[in-house]
Design a protein around this ligand. Structure first.
Ligand SMILES: Nc1ncnc2c1ncn2[C@@H]1O[C@H](COP(=O)(O)OP(=O)(O)OP(=O)(O)O)[C@@H](O)[C@H]1O
Ligand SMILES: [Mg+2]
Length: 314
C-alpha cells in the first residue's frame, strides 16, 4: 500500500531520517488503528500525549467508487493549547461553584432553622439574622468581583484616559485607610510626590487598584505593624507603592498571587476569595502599565505599579 505523508508530521514527532513505519510515526497503537480502519472500514478518534503535546488523531477510511475501503487518512491535530484552556475553564467553574456554594449553604441552613421555629429566643434569632446578612454581603461581593473581572477581560470596562493628579488620588484613598488602619492599631503613612504631577489615566481604575492593595496590606498585617503608601519618580514613570510589615508571601506562592482564586492560605481561613489581585492585574494590563511585588515571609511585602506621566506636564 502507498503511504503519503504531510511533512508537518515530522515536526510533531521529531522524525524524518529513520526507516519503516515506526520511524515515521513512533506510535504502535496508531499503526494498529490504521490497520483496523483499513480492515473494518470505520473511523477511529484517539487522544494521545506525545512529549509535552496533546494530540487528537482521527483516522478515517477512504472508499473507492464501489464503496470498498481503498485506504485510510489520519488527521493529526495538536490540541495542547485548547486542552490547556479547557482545563483552566474547568478549574474556574469549579472555583466559582465552590465559592458560591459556601455562603448559599449557610443561608439555607440558617433560614431553615428559623422557619422551623427551632430558635425560641429573640437574642439567638437576631444573631442568626446577623449571620444571614453577613453571608449575603459576602455573596454579593463575590458576584461583584466576578462581574468586574469578566467585564475587564471582555474589554467592557471603559479605560477612558483623562488628566489626573496622582497626589490627589493617593491622598483621597489615604484618608480612608488612615482610619481603617487605626482601627486595627496599624500605623499608616502616606508620602505624596514633592510636585503635583499629572498622569493620563483613569482615576477610577487607579483608585480601585490602590484599594485592592491597601485592603490586602491591612488584612495581612498584624496589629502594631505599619503600612506605607508612597510614590516615586523614574524617567517618564511614576511608581506607586504600598508597603507593609505584614506576614509576607513565600517564594512558592509569590508567582501565583495574581491568579484568580489563588490564596497563600490554602485553608481559606482569611476572608476573601482570592480575586482582588487578579482584578488589580487585569486593570493594570488594561491601562498598559505594570505591577510587581517584592516580599519576604515574616518581614512584609511591597506592591508597586507604574503610571505614565502626562508628557506635557511640568
Ligand atoms: N500584602 C500582602 N501580604 C501578604 N500576603 C498577601 C498580601 N497581598 C496578597 N497576599 C496573598 O495573596 C493572595 C491573593 O490576594 P487577593 O487580594 O487576590 O485575594 P484575597 O485578599 O485573599 O481575597 P479578596 O481580595 O478576593 O478578598 C492572598 O490570599 C494572600 O495569600
Ligand atoms: Mg485581597
Amino acid at each position: 500500500m502507498r503511504l503519503s505523508l504531510n511533512p508537518a508530521i515530522h515536526s510533531i514527532f521529531g522524525t524524518g531520517q529513520e526507516d519503516g513505519r515506526m520511524g515515521l510515526i513512533p506510535g504502535p497503537e496508531l499503526w494498529e488503528d490504521f490497520d483496523t480502519v483499513l480492515l473494518q472500514g470505520y473511523t477511529i478518534v484517539r487522544s494521545m500525549r506525545w512529549k509535552q503535546m496533546v494530540l487528537r488523531i482521527t483516522i478515517y477510511p477512504l472508499e473507492d467508487e464501489l464503496h470498498n475501503v481503498a485506504g485510510a487518512v489520519g488527521l493529526f491535530r495538536d490540541v495542547t493549547e485548547s486542552e490547556r484552556l479547557e482545563k483552566t475553564r474547568r478549574e474556574y467553574v469549579a472555583n466559582v461553584s465552590h465559592e458560591l456554594h459556601t455562603p448559599v449553604s449557610a443561608l439555607r441552613a440558617l433560614s431553615e432553622t428559623l422557619i422551623d421555629n427551632m430558635v425560641p429566643d429573640e437574642e439567638t434569632k437576631k444573631r442568626y439574622y446577623g449571620h444571614m446578612l453577613h453571608e449575603t454581603v459576602r455573596l454579593s461581593r463575590l458576584i461583584d468581583d466576578l462581574l468586574t473581572l469578566s467585564r475587564l477581560q471582555s474589554g467592557a470596562v471603559s479605560t477612558q484616559r483623562e488628566v489626573c493628579h496622582i497626589n490627589r488620588i493617593m491622598s483621597d484613598v489615604a484618608d480612608r485607610y488612615t482610619v481603617l488602619a487605626g482601627e486595627k492599631s496599624i500605623e499608616f503613612s502616606f508620602s505624596p510626590l514633592p510636585d503635583d504631577l499629572t498622569i493620563i489615566s483613569s482615576a477610577d481604575l487607579v483608585e480601585q487598584v490602590l484599594i485592592i492593595l491597601l485592603d490586602n496590606a491591612i488584612k495581612y498585617t498584624l496589629p502594631d505593624g505599619s503600612i506605607k503608601l508612597f510614590a516615586s519618580l523614574d524617567d517618564n514613570n511614576i511608581k506607586v507603592s504600598v508597603s507593609d510589615t505584614g506576614i509576607g508571601i513565600s517564594p512558592d506562592d509569590l508567582p501565583h498571587i495574581f491568579e484568580r482564586f489563588y490564596k497563600a492560605d490554602k485553608a481559606h481561613a482569611t476572608q476573601g476569595t482570592g480575586l482582588g489581585l487578579a482584578i488589580a492585574f487585569e486593570i493594570i494590563q488594561r491601562l498598559g502599565e505594570q505591577i510587581y511585588v517584592e516580599s519576604q515571609p515574616g518581614k512584609g511585602s511591597t506592591f508597586t505599579f507604574t503610571l505614565t506621566r502626562e508628557s506635557a506636564a511640568t
